[in-house]
Design a protein around this ligand. Sequence first.
Ligand code: IFM
Length: 476
Amino acid sequence: MTTDSRTEPSTGLDFPTGFLFGAATAAYQVEGAVAVDGRGPSIWDTFSHTPGRVLGGETGDVAIEHYQRFRDDVRLMRDLGLQAYRFSIAWPRVQPSGRGALNQAGVDFYSRLIDELLAAGIEPWPTLYHWDLPQPLEDAGGWPERDTAERFADYAGAITTALGDRVRQWTTLNEPWCSAFLGYGSGLHAPGRQDAAASVRAGHHLMLGHGLAAGLLRSAGQQVGITINLYDVLPAGEWDVDLDAARRIDGLQNRFFLDPVLRGSYPADVVHDLAGVTDFSHVRDGDLATISTPLDMLGVNYYSRHLVTGRPAVGGDGHGGEAGSGASPWPGSEHVGFVKGDLPVTAMGWEIYAAGLTEVLERVAEEYPPVPLYVTENGAAFADEPDPDGLVRDAERVSYLDGHLRACRTAIEAGVPLRGYFCWSLFDNFEWSWGYSRRFGLVHVDYETQKRTPKSSAFWYGDLIRGRQGASLTGH
Ligand code: IFM
């Protein structure tokens, strides 16, 4: 591997012994092979093939061919020095109809991937649900229906029984906020429904599915966690309506998930805000006890802050940077405006605000019962392309990662039990409704040839992991 696109190493970025450094992907974003070895359709296949849903009409049909190229990809991970690989298992690949017997060919793929990782000295860190619901379950009502939670628990039990002998840590869901509120509220994500009440029910049933699965896994001696996408939510001004806007968005983005999972209750103010949307009669006795099954870890995904206002004249796009849809992903708080601050932004238009990562980590550690934390996603999209010499010099991403890793250090020094960090993403890949137009990878992918080219950030991150900050490098 060439090392000529390295940047200057970071200094002072030391982490406690045993701190786990990895990188992440998700099945639909990288695998391709959507009709291979018995895989069934997911809601993202249907959605991406529906005209107008994804920028440029792009789909995950081919993606970056990780399904076929995983051995080479694992070799690359090893060369970069990754200690762990966070990937997701495609439910429709291992249980195409969402119920019944597992599809052995699909299970075998993940079994081979895990074996390959272990042989390379890389810890497999699988997520059971990263948004690709089997289409037959959506046809039966999807996450707004309680039965989907039961189906998820059955799938989780079966796949973890099949693969659990080689996995230390399972994650149930990735970012249930997106599945619920973008999937069923704004319709920006699959399945593209716009129904505020359904989105709240979906959020509950996602968490119920998590809780049912967590109970099963723990009674089988497995370790389990969940990943939630948290934001530092700040008022755009000192007005009461701005403070109220911040409380509401913090409620829906963060506490709607943290409180049931870690405390076994919904936040009273959020239930009150949602009074015109739902009466919460979908919540049954015992659900919150199930949802708050003790966890072995909480995954935190962090990208940016939300700056919000309740003043209509000041209001921004109303969607928290998730433009492109007419409906709101904020049920009961549709009036809140999202303001662009004065910070530099990534290619997603997301403000770069590393201090917010320290904030959310410290907040979880201070306000909730103790649980080991991992940053399971953090990273940035920039318009990276190879220079004429073939190297990809992504200094902005290096700076983003450096800043956010320093924010992790600050949290650790303050006593936060942060145990690891996963960069999003290992590879450029299918960025959901943005198609392939946004590149988050440490490794550049040429979508015509599938050529992988580690960017400067990949070498920088590898050096950090190997603790070689003092090595003499060619600066580019
Ligand atoms: O690409 C996504 C990922 O699938 C989930 N978290 C946020 C990333 C960037 O948008």
